[in-house]
Design a protein around this ligand. Structure first.
Ligand code: FES
Length: 64
């Protein structure tokens, strides 16, 4: 699913960025150039990033 139409960035692109070390919206923005045109994608991108990071933290807590 496309999240950022201006840059052609999908939710999977965002998840891949997190898997490659991004930990925040700022990290993802810097890696993908996300949200740097009209900015309409920023709220949805922030939710995806928050959900994904929360899921990773939960998996790490269960594994610990
Ligand atoms: S939709 Fe992402 S910057 Fe416009």
């Amino acid at each position: 699913m496309y999240v950022c139409l201006c840059r052609g960035i999908t939710d999977q692109d965002i998840k891949d960025a997190i898997a490659n070390g991004a930990e925040s919206y700022r990290d993802v923005r810097d890696m993908l150039d996300l949200g740097t045109c009209c900015g309409r994608c920023v709220p949805e991108a922030r939710m995806i990033i928050s959900d994904e990071v929360s899921q990773i933290v939960a998996r790490l807590a269960v594994a610990a």
